[in-house]
Design a protein around this ligand. Sequence first.
Ligand code: SF4
Length: 88
Amino acid sequence: MLFALNIPTMPISQYTKRVLSRVLGVNPGDDYDSWKETLEKLIPRDLYTYKLVHASVVTIGKKYCLVDNPLCDKCPLRSICLHANSRK
Ligand code: SF4
């Protein structure tokens, strides 16, 4: 709906959960609606912002924020990521 219909609603994928739980230190559990509610409170409700956040977390999740061995040293979010900074 976000991209196809231009409706500002935050899609929750495994990338979203993994990347944003590590970056922001939030973890509402496995429930889709809990994640959606939490992120929609944290991120300003704006179509462009939602698209940018969603596309970014997918890219970061595929390229850097791997399940077992995140490549934090190469990740552009390293400076703001709670997970990466807790490992220093
Ligand atoms: S810095 Fe590391 S943990 Fe944080 S988003 Fe990037 S790859 Fe993931």
